[in-house]
Design a protein around this ligand. Structure first.
Ligand code: MG
Length: 419
């Protein structure tokens, strides 16, 4: 006879005004979601994400693979739903949520996970973190760039690298556990694991408490440690009376669904528990650590490059179009000419070209006018440029003179002498 006991507890914590966490405790499906986003958006994100997961509750699956696939599909549907909602409603833009969901199917437990909520397995007195946090600091720890202690106080410790509702493409970590008599599964938001360390959680789960007491003890401990965030715990206890009667198997398997081949078949319980400790986490990403081999990432890199090339091309075309609509009158050697573009250079590239030569030589102009054309005199269009050339004061043989007896205008690089 197998039995599953489950409970949940949630609390706003000591500093937050709202509780944006959400959870589900059903017959066979359990989940925690930690929403984020302004105003009501965090609540909406976490509640929306839970809907497809909840719909699996009570469903009967023909085999383990279909239960696992259904859970993954539900998480992907949750992502699509939050992405869609955020796109449709301007007030909800930017919302997202974590989602750590589990489905119990016979003696197996399947877990799907995105974000920094966690799933822990408590077995034989040991607490094992099943999920890997999708956070910047977790990544830095994995890369060996910072220590666990540094991570706890890192200024960017709240940055999440994967969440539901951010992008239509989503990588989901999944894993499968063969349950044993006495196993406890804890799903929780970071409001618990931020202020409370694993040893304390392990102590609470080891204590001989009723399941609801254990859950509220976890919440109280987080609040006593400051309660800096919303705290949610979902706690499951699995009991297998057959196993208790002496048929317990020592062959226990915990495996990532992506298939690293690192199954611990035939190992003693301690051995695999140590393996879990050593490997730390399971799932798609932890199996394929080389990001260059990740097809989704490669696709993103290619897309980014295509977009960048397109942007550069657009900028060049846009720049050329703008330049081709600008005119000025200047000097092409000793001749006055009408130019398209602007009288400037971008590095080695001249941002102008001759649009029309004229018969007017620089030697026919007073020196102040030569100076102005050297700087370039802006024109509204080609016709305006021709007018500027036509009306340019001609030299009467002496510098400072002007055509038609009018006084010489004072030199100005931006003035328009023709009008
Ligand atoms: Mg949180």
């Amino acid at each position: 006879m197998r039995s599953l006991d489950a409970t949940a507890a949630t609390d706003r914590g000591r500093t937050r005004k709202r509780n944006e966490d959400a959870y589900h405790v059903g017959d066979s499906v359990f989940a925690v979601a930690d929403g984020m986003g302004g105003h009501l958006a965090g609540d909406v994100a976490s509640a929306t994400a839970l809907l497809p997961v909840k719909s699996l509750d009570g469903q009967v699956f023909p085999d383990s693979a279909s239960a696992q696939a259904a859970l993954l599909d539900a998480v992907l549907a949750a992502n699509a739903a939050v992405v869609r909602k955020a796109a449709d409603e301007p007030d909800l833009r930017g919302m997202g949520t974590t989602l750590t969901a589990a489905i119990v199917e016979g003696r197996r437990l399947h877990v799907a996970h995105v974000g920094d909520s966690r799933a822990y397995l408590f077995r034989d007195g040991d607490l094992i973190q099943l999920t890997r946090d999708h956070t910047l600091v977790a990544h830095l720890i994995e890369e060996g760039q910072i220590s666990e202690e540094e991570a706890a106080h890192h200024p960017h410790r709240s940055i999440i690298t994967r969440a539901i509702g951010v992008d239509v493409d989503l990588d989901v970590d999944t894993m499968t556990i063969d349950l044993q008599d006495g196993d406890q599964l804890l799903l929780c938001s970071d409001g618990l694991t931020g202020p409370v360390d694993d040893t304390t959680i392990e102590d609470i789960l080891s204590a001989d408490l009723a399941i609801t007491e254990a859950a509220s003890d976890l919440i109280d401990t987080a609040n006593e440690a400051g309660g800096p965030d919303n705290i949610t715990v979902v706690l499951l206890r699995f009991e297998d009376d057959e196993a208790r009667e002496g048929t317990a198997s020592t062959a226990t398997v915990i495996r990532p669904d992506a298939g690293s081949g690192q199954e611990a078949e035939g190992d003693g319980e301690r051995d695999w528990a140590q393996k879990i400790g050593r490997f730390g986490t399971f799932g798609r990403r932890s199996v394929d650590r080389d990001p260059r081999r990740d097809p989704a990432r490669r696709q993103r890199v290619v897309t980014t490059l295509v977009v960048l090339v397109a942007l550069v091309a657009l900028a060049v075309l846009g720049g050329w179009w703008l330049l081709s609509r600008s005119y000025f009158v200047g000097l092409d050697g000793d001749q006055v000419a009408i130019f398209q573009g602007i009288p400037a250079e971008a590095g080695p590239v001249e941002l102008y070209w001759v649009a029309e030569e004229t018969d007017l030589g620089a030697d026919e102009l007073p020196s102040y006018q030569v100076n102005r054309f050297e700087d370039g005199v802006a024109a509204a269009d080609l016709r305006d440029a021709r007018t500027i050339v036509e009306n340019a004061p001609r030299s009467d043989g002496e510098d400072g003179g002007s055509a038609g007896g009018t006084p010489a205008p004072s030199p100005s690089p931006t003035g328009d002498p023709g009008t």
